[in-house]
Design a protein around this ligand. Structure first.
Ligand code: ITT
Length: 203
């Protein structure tokens, strides 16, 4: 039987990326919904890492096994790190990203060049069957775009402009984004940690 990993997210955009990135592990990847877990999760941590661990642990309490979670967000230097760990909740969970993205662009309108620096951050927490927790964290660096562009991805992708590509994150294909993104890199690092652990345990 295939080994399973449960991924503790309710965000479909994240889940689509995660499935592609974890595909080569040869394990069955289940969303928490598919695993039948729907715990009440209070994301009251002070960092991406604390929140990722809160989500992974809450789902692990329901399912056991291996559970991964992602806490991520957009950090804008000109706004002292906002929206940061509050990215999903910024202006309210039900406010459209069209409105949130335009609002952030408006708030940085006086910033020029490098003053517009920003990044996506992703922390992945993994809880193992025995309850041990491991983390990985990565970023994708860019600038806040002058105007939103692109329709791929989700969330704040249309406003993170990536100078090396001359495009926003929402103008990359799923494959291109996964190769360079905060989530792609953090999950690759986590895959390495997990492989090392499993190999160590088989000896
Ligand atoms: P879960 O907690 O269920 O995983 P969530 O969307 O609430 O879903 P977070 O608390 O980690 O997840 O918030 C992450 C938010 O940061 C997300 O909703 C987007 O607004 C933003 N974000 C993170 N990664 C992103 C990406 O790759 N592209 C665009 N926006 C991203």
């Amino acid at each position: 039987m295939k080994q399973k990993i449960v991924f503790a997210t309710g965000n479909e955009g994240k889940m689509r990326e995660v499935r592609m990135i974890l595909d080569d592990l040869g394990m069955e990847i289940l969303s928490m919904k598919e695993a039948g877990a729907n715990p009440e999760i209070k994301e009251n941590g002070r960092t991406f890492g604390e929140n990722a661990e809160i989500k992974a642990r809450a789902v692990w309490e329901c399912t056991g096994g291996i559970v991964l979670a992602d806490d991520s967000g957009l950090v804008i230097d000109y706004l002292n790190g906002e929206p940061g760990i509050y990215s999903a909740r910024y202006m309210g969970e039900d406010t459209s990203y069209e409105i949130k993205n335009q609002n952030l662009i408006d708030r940085v309108r006086d910033a020029k060049g490098q003053e517009r620096s920003a990044r996506f951050v992703c922390n992945i927490a993994a809880v193992l069957p025995d309850g041990r927790v491991f983390h990985s964290e990565e970023t994708m660096e860019g600038l806040i775009a002058e105007k939103p562009a692109g329709s791929e991805g989700f969330g704040y992708d249309p406003i993170l402009y990536l100078p090396e590509f001359g495009k926003t994150s929402a103008e990359l294909t799923l494959e291109e984004k996964n190769r360079i993104s905060h989530r792609g890199k953090a999950l690759e690092a986590m895959k390495k940690q997990l492989k090392r652990l499993f190999e160590g345990e088989e000896k």
